[in-house]
Design a protein around this ligand. Structure first.
Ligand code: NI
Length: 204
């Protein structure tokens, strides 16, 4: 119990620090699971093949994760609050799973490839669970991957061309061991809730 409390406290403090440093915030995330959208596309249509570059400069494809549940999240390293919070949730859930976390492949795909170079992602990911694969690619490769996952993203309007923000969908997708859509976690999901759900799928 104490360990969990400490973990939550740490997460709250880290998220608070991010917000304190950068006061600008993301606009509300666009949810592709609105009733209208879900009726149009169907959740089964989410996901697909990708070949991108990880934070170590290696080429990585979706097939490299076959045999594991994929947790797929699209975001960007300059995100002031939403992305770090969600990556900390994934980090906490992975740690809560213990050895069973070996069944999970968390993947962070940038929607800001212009700034999220391999080097930038390598640096950024030091803040989170080392098992998270961070991926970047060309603007076109990223657009294709985002389209497959029904992820929306767009540069937010700003006078500042260097410090721009991105609007983006903030959903953590859970894909099965063959890369097929299973479920998803909205932004703000508690890490213990995520860990429990993952544990249930691992035990099946
Ligand atoms: Ni974000």
């Amino acid at each position: 119990m104490q360990r969990v409390t400490l973990l939550i406290l740490m997460v709250v403090m880290m998220v608070g620090a991010f917000i304190a440093f950068i006061t600008l915030t993301d606009k509300p995330a666009v949810n592709p699971f609105s009733k209208k959208e879900a009726a149009q596309v169907g959740e089964a249509a989410i996901g697909g093949a990708f070949t991108l570059t990880n934070q170590n400069g290696e080429q990585i494809s979706n097939t490299d994760f076959s045999g594991k549940f994929m947790l797929v999240y699209f975001g960007y390293s300059f995100c002031p609050d939403v992305c770090p919070a969600d990556l900390l949730t994934i980090t906490s859930a992975m740690q809560a799973l213990g050895e069973d976390a070996d069944n999970i492949a968390p993947i962070f795909i940038t929607i800001d490839p212009e700034r999220d170079t391999v080097e930038q992602l390598h640096l950024y990911m030091q803040n989170f669970d080392p098992r998270i694969t961070a991926l970047t690619g060309s603007a076109e490769e990223i657009a294709d991957a985002a389209k497959a996952y029904r992820v929306y993203y767009q540069e937010a309007e700003s006078e500042d061309t260097e410090q721009y923000l991105m609007d983006h969908t903030a959903i953590t997708y859970l894909m099965d061991k063959n890369g097929k859509y299973l479920s998803h976690f909205p932004h703000g999901t508690d890490s213990t809730v995520m860990a429990e759900k993952l544990q249930n799928y691992i035990n099946k």
